[in-house]
Design a protein around this ligand. Sequence first.
Ligand SMILES: [Zn+2]
Length: 107
Amino acid sequence: MAVRKIHVKRGDMVRVIAGEDRGRTGKVLRVLPAKGRVIVEGVNIVKKHRRATRNVEAGIVEQPAPIDSSNVMLICPSCNQAGRFGVDRSGDGKAVRVCKKCGKPID
Ligand SMILES: [Zn+2]
């Protein structure tokens, strides 16, 4: 499977724009480039039955499952809006994501 470019990274705040959790926002916990998916805090929660281990009792744990990266939009930490982002290389040559609404860098 081709590795898809994912527009968000771990630690980004994103808004879910499709699926059951549409409208919800959360932090990106993991990015799975090989699958084109991301795991977002509090989104797409699934219940898993867990066996007892030495440290924890058996039970049901709720944890976020991966969702398609195209279902999330990056939220700008400066203006708090989900929207379009450009890439600015004008600084030290490093690519920096820039909010097209307020012009502030995301990283
Ligand atoms: Zn902004």
